[in-house]
Design a protein around this ligand. Structure first.
Ligand SMILES: Cc1cc2nc3c(=O)[nH]c(=O)nc-3n(C[C@H](O)[C@H](O)[C@H](O)COP(=O)(O)O)c2cc1C
Length: 157
């Protein structure tokens, strides 16, 4: 459909949006995984994700990861399987997983180091929106870890 100027209208713009798979989760860094290993993960992910048309954001702070991943469904599915097999993190809590036709929220690959308070806010939001018992338990464990570990030892537990 075209508008009065001969340009495609909104309906066509929606039609042109790609089918995107989204996976959002948080997890805890395994023992010994600190800034050096996180640097390796970022470097690897950046290269791999660009090659596979995967974008998103990875947040790391106080020993906790939060990641938003979006891209072609078969690429995202493969990455999800790799993430669950990756021993560098555990207590993975899936916060969102979907496939829909939409524009990307993060068209570039980004990485942000964040403080414990920002991570806490993300986890509290997640806790309020989940009803899954296992997710609730894992989120509480992560929050407890943030509350009890001295900052300088976090991520190296
Ligand atoms: C917190 C975290 C985030 C990761 N993010 C990505 C990512 O965005 N893209 C990616 O290719 N690998 C990422 N990895 C690495 C994958 O888990 C996996 O090790 C890597 O893709 C190699 O997988 P493969 O041996 O199945 O090919 C991440 C690992 C961790 C621990």
């Amino acid at each position: 459909m075209f508008d009065e100027y001969g340009f495609p209208g909104n309906a066509d713009a929606d039609h042109a949006a790609p089918i995107l798979a989204t996976f959002v989760y948080c997890s805890r860094a395994a023992a010994g995984v600190g800034d050096v290993e996180v640097g390796r993960i970022i470097e690897w992910s950046q290269r791999r994700n660009i090659a596979r048309d995967v974008t998103g954001v990875l947040v790391f702070g106080s020993g906790v990861f939060f990641q938003w991943i979006e891209g072609p469904p078969h690429e995202v599915e493969g990455l999800i399987a790799s993430l669950y097999d990756d021993k560098r993190h555990y207590d993975i809590v899936q916060l969102d997983r979907s496939v829909e036709k939409r524009e990307r929220l993060y068209p570039d690959w980004q990485m942000e180091p964040v403080g414990a308070d920002d991570i806490r806010a993300v986890l509290h939001d997640a806790l309020e929106s989940t009803e899954d018992e296992r997710n609730i338990a894992a989120l509480k464990r992560i929050l407890e870890h943030l509350d009890t570990s001295p900052l300088e030892t976090l991520g190296r537990n």
